[in-house]
Design a protein around this ligand. Structure first.
Ligand code: HEM
Ligand SMILES: *[C@@H]1O[C@H](CO)[C@@H](O)[C@H](O)[C@H]1NC(C)=O
Ligand SMILES: *[C@@H]1O[C@H](CO)[C@@H](O)[C@H](O)[C@H]1NC(C)=O
Ligand SMILES: *[C@@H]1O[C@H](CO)[C@@H](O)[C@H](O)[C@H]1NC(C)=O
Length: 330
């Protein structure tokens, strides 16, 4: 190693953010940014007042961030000349939204406590707040994540599930992340809020499993409604509600599944398969059981950690520029 390169890495190691994350814990910012959680809640409240759906969109970001190399804000990185990010991965492009709400939170936090709160933690706090403000359960979030230095579109394409998936495939996927069948059913209950595109269901309306017919699990009255919303050859960017009460976080989603009124195939399949059906029934009968299992699932999913070193990004869309020249000039 040349002397210059050596200096380089010492400076990188000692003064820059690239580091291994500390263990996660509640109240992580109590000393360094005591008002962090209040600031996040406030921005989410305002975003919700502007557009109710935005909180569902923000909550979904946790799922798409955490499954791909852990909860490390990798999802939030824009493409750069030397990196293809995750925003344009198959499940994300033209689908994930409200990234600007995360930007707004980051700006508010940077002006109060510069360089302290990670984007990865913002996603976790924002998802919790989205649930609370929609009428769902409240819980303490564990914090202390670092933001990734990179992202992987390939990994996202490989991991994130299709709305066509059946329960067997979904159980398998969740098992890879140490998430149980119960976690899968409870976390799918996040579809208690928000919307999806016709793009995500036309196959099950008109050609389920290549049959040339609709998914027989769809209740006929509901199918008529979906056919009208999403006609064959129509505009697939049109959206429909994921359950009958899309602005309230409640157990209506599970009641809908028991009546053949699930929107996505990946939703309805949970009532078709015996291994997941009992959980659907339980949650449809007890909102309390659902809320409890949902919170457990969100915490477990939030505990998925990156194996890579990270930093506290200044802007959630780009990695911090490495101020190496500054040190060498000094
Ligand atoms: C179990 C596997 C899952 C599949 C296959 C799945 C798939 C989807 C699809 C296809 C959409 C609509 C996308 C579109 O049409 O543009 C969607 C929306 C949504 N997903 Fe999932 N999802 C799953 C699990 C989850 C989990 C675990 C969460 C969060 C904890 C979540 C939260 C959401 C939310 C809140 C929306 C609505 C977003 C909005 O209105 O912008 N999903 N999901
Ligand atoms: C479920 O999906 C997987 C993966 O797409 C497929 O291999 C399997 O045959 C499906 N199972 C059933 C019972 O349809
Ligand atoms: C799942 O749990 C096992 C055993 O505790 C652990 O070795 C593995 O890293 C975990 N996998 C993930 C993706 O967290
Ligand atoms: C339905 O799906 C099958 C198998 O994927 C395909 O061969 C067939 O062309 C599709 N039919 C229509 C009308 O899209």
């Amino acid at each position: 190693m040349s002397p210059t390169l050596f200096l380089f890495s010492v400076l990188l190691g000692s003064t820059m953010a690239a580091a291994q994350a500390p263990p996660l814990r509640p109240g992580f910012y109590m000393d360094t940014c005591p008002q962090a959680e209040l600031i996040v809640r406030d921005v989410i409240k305002n975003a919700m007042a502007r557009e109710t759906r935005s909180v569902a969109s923000v909550m979904r970001l946790q799922f798409h961030d955490c499954l791909v190399n852990g909860c490390d804000g990798s999802l939030l990185l824009d493409d750069s000349p030397n990196m293809v990010g995750e925003k344009e991965a198959l499940s994300n492009i033209d689908s994930l939204r409200s990234y600007q709400v995360i930007d707004e939170i980051k700006e508010a936090l940077e002006s109060s406590c510069p360089g302290v709160v990670s984007c990865a933690d913002i996603v976790i706090m924002a998802a919790r707040d989205a649930v609370v403000l929609s009428g769902g359960p409240n819980w303490q979030v564990r914090l202390g994540r670092l933001d990734s230095l990179t992202a992987s579109q390939e990994a996202s394409n490989d991991i994130m599930p299709s709305p066509r998936a059946n329960a067997t495939a979904l159980i398998q996927l969740f098992t890879r992340f140490n998430l149980s069948t119960k976690d899968l059913v409870a976390l799918s209950g996040s579809h208690s809020i928000g919307k999806a595109r016709c793009f995500s269901i036309v196959f099950r309306l008109y050609n389920q499993s290549g049959s040339g017919r609709a998914d027989p699990a769809i209740e006929p009255g509901f199918r008529e409604k979906l056919d009208k919303l999403c006609p064959l050859g129509g505009d697939e960017s049109v959206t429909g509600d994921l359950d009958a009460t899309p602005e309230r976080f409640d157990n209506q989603y599970f009641k809908d599944l028991t009546n053949g009124r699930g929107f996505l195939n990946s939703d309805q399949t949970l009532f078709t398969y015996p291994t997941t059906k009992d959980y659907v029934k339980t949650f449809s009968q007890s909102q309390k059981e659902f809320f409890k299992a949902f919170v457990e699932g969100m915490i477990k999913m939030g505990d998925l950690q990156s194996s890579q070193p990270g930093e506290i990004r200044r802007n959630c869309r780009v990695v911090n520029s490495q101020p190496v020249e500054v040190f060498l000039d000094a």
